[in-house]
Ligand binder design. Structure first.
Ligand SMILES: *[C@@H]1O[C@H](CO)[C@@H](O)[C@H](O)[C@H]1NC(C)=O
Ligand SMILES: *[C@@H]1O[C@H](CO)[C@@H](O)[C@H](O)[C@H]1NC(C)=O
Ligand SMILES: *[C@@H]1O[C@H](CO)[C@@H](O)[C@H](O)[C@H]1NC(C)=O
Length: 230
């Protein structure tokens, strides 16, 4: 009973500490969550595709706002065309080729954008080319503002069907080759061993028979008693 008060105060401490710890953990997770993962570069015709573009804010503690522009350079053409802009949580498609085909897939419910990914619906072969996303970020310090730009390129190829990586095909073939090869080898080894054992058995039989005869004839010569016992 004397342990009552300490454990009570312990649990009170826990009630206080755990939320604090969770908050701290969450905050650090949120700050650490931004990683500049490269976009996929192979889309399948007729399906949707997420064009990834992430630019992490280097100074997590500084307030910032960003707007994003996407540009597209079709394969074989020289110039980039402005196709999409995202500003103040509003998206606008600026090119008729992408009309009704682009959805925002980036940071949601914030103007402090770090993920500017867009989602192209119903990809066509005409979407092949190079995409550039451009972040215009304004960092707000107590006494001044600092504007930065960051841009990334994504070289997109459109294929009729998802192609598998060469490495995965090679490793699958190697797997079958090695399974079949091992089994054949096992079979050959078994036949070989069986024959050897059979041959050795015959030999042993012949040898023991010869030995037996030799002993028998020897004993016939030397010991008449054995012959009697036989
Ligand atoms: C991206 O947008 C597409 C189409 O609107 C949607 O189906 C998908 O869930 C979105 N993905 C993310 C991660 O927001
Ligand atoms: C996708 O595009 C093709 C032609 O480009 C069209 O025939 C088809 O209806 C489209 N599908 C969707 C779901 O929009
Ligand atoms: C692709 O581009 C060609 C040439 O500009 C055009 O004729 C064709 O209609 C386009 N296809 C799609 C699905 O947009």
């Amino acid at each position: 009973m004397s342990s009552g008060p300490p454990s009570e105060s312990m649990s009170a401490l826990r009630r206080l500490l755990i939320p604090v710890l969770l908050c701290a953990l969450q905050a650090s997770l949120c700050n650490a969550a931004c990683a500049e993962v490269d976009s996929d570069t192979e889309a399948v015709a007729g399906q949707g595709f997420k064009l990834g573009c992430i630019s992490c804010k280097m100074r997590g503690e500084v307030e910032g706002t960003a707007t994003v522009d996407w540009f597209f350079q079709p394969k074989g053409e020289a110039d980039f065309v402005h196709i999409y802009t995202y500003e103040d949580k509003n998206a606008m498609i600026l090119d008729e080729r992408f009309e009704d085909r682009v959805d925002w897939n980036g940071s949601k419910n914030t103007e402090d954008l770090q993920d500017a990914s867009i989602y192209i619906l119903n990809v066509t072969f005409n979407d092949t080319g190079t995409y550039r996303c451009l972040f215009n970020r304004i960092l707000t310090y107590p006494f001044y503002e600092f504007s930065t730009k960051a841009s990334k390129l994504v070289h997109l190829t459109v294929v009729a069907k998802a192609t598998r990586g060469m490495a995965s095909i090679v490793s699958e073939v190697m797997m079958y080759v090695s399974i079949i090869g091992l089994q054949l080898w096992l079979l050959v080894e078994m036949i070989y061993c069986y024959r050897k054992i059979a041959a050795a058995g015959d030999e042993a039989l012949r040898e023991s028979a010869a030995e037996y005869l030799a002993i028998a004839s020897e004993s016939k010569d030397n010991c008449a008693g054995v012959q009697v016992a036989e």
